[in-house]
Write a protein that binds this ligand. Sequence first.
Ligand SMILES: *Cc1c(COP(=O)(O)O)cnc(C)c1O
Length: 401
Amino acid sequence: MTTAAELDAADPLARFRDRFVGAESDLVYFDGNSLGRPVAATANRLDVFVREEWGGRLIRGWDERWMDLPTTLGDDLGRVCLGAAAGQTAIGDSTTVWLYKLMRAAVDHVLRTDPDRTEIVIDTDNFPTDRYVAEGIAAERGLSLRWIEVDTAAGVTADQLRDAVGERTALVVLCHVAYRSAWLASGAELTRIAHDAGALVLWDLCHSAGSVPVGLDEWDADLAVGCTYKYLNGGPGAPAFGYVNGRLHGELTQPIQGWMGHTDPFAMGPGYTPAVGIRRFISGTPPILGMVAMQSMLELIEEAGIDAIRDKSVALTSYAVELADATLPQVTLASPRDPALRGGHVTLHHERMREVTARLWQRDVIPDYRDPGGLRIGLSPLSTSFDEVERGMVAVAEALR
Ligand SMILES: *Cc1c(COP(=O)(O)O)cnc(C)c1O
């Protein structure tokens, strides 16, 4: 078995680790998929922003840069991480709010053209907020949910989706990488299945953006959302992103029509006329501080390249699986074994993992816990070393003993 030191020495992205706050300490961080470490450059960037841009430009900052930041940074994110051409991605709100706005816009559009499409297809192991928002929209609009029952150690397959969709389907809501198992869905294939049934599809990219290449335009996806505090290291509560395929901009009307989505916000006119393009999906004043914080990570991702990041992610998760197989015979893998079907984390199952997680946190080894009995090991590619994986897995074995 190759050692951690050999893997680190051969890692073409190893040099990026020093660019994160805290990477020099002995702490083992296995939760970069919930809250990425800060990029060191972010501290200075925020300082300069406060002193010079906010402090110096004051209200002029809105005209000079901030008004356009949701879409200019959205374009950067689209290019670097999402496979989305410019003009289709905007930043702001939370993922939950984007889910509401885009799901509502999608079902309203479909119902206008075909009132018999009264179902939203979603899986039972989709992230809670996605399921709750879908439930709320179904109640608001008199729709029903069609549930795909999934194995919590895997995710939605093409066959399952094919069985669930049909002429009643308005919208399909899927995660690209499952938050529990890390199951990596086939974006292109599942999008095609939804389209063949005449439905729209919304992809939740929270656990993909920044760790797994995404091809929204290539898949011909309709809608997508995702957060920026996980693998995009934007910081706690950093604003989320929404993507709407350009071919739908003129068709969809979003439900939170605020002044910032108006065609001319400062005309302050009597009625609402939506802006042309992705701007119509913005609602209120954009959260600029949160966008400043995520820029450093986007620059690092662009420098490293998302394909190289994915290669390292596969190597890290494969190494964690290899160590689990060799040292944790009492544990079962609750993630796909095939790296081609796995995103950036690995979930290990044992009935005592809740206690194990608490014990590890006391020792500065930080994974997280997800029911049932899942220890989730998130391996953010640019900030995690193979040595860190090895030390963490030794600690898991000790805590289990
Ligand atoms: C983290 C996560 C969210 C979080 O939504 P917030 O509105 O930021 O709280 C939503 N969906 C998925 C799949 C997630 O992993």
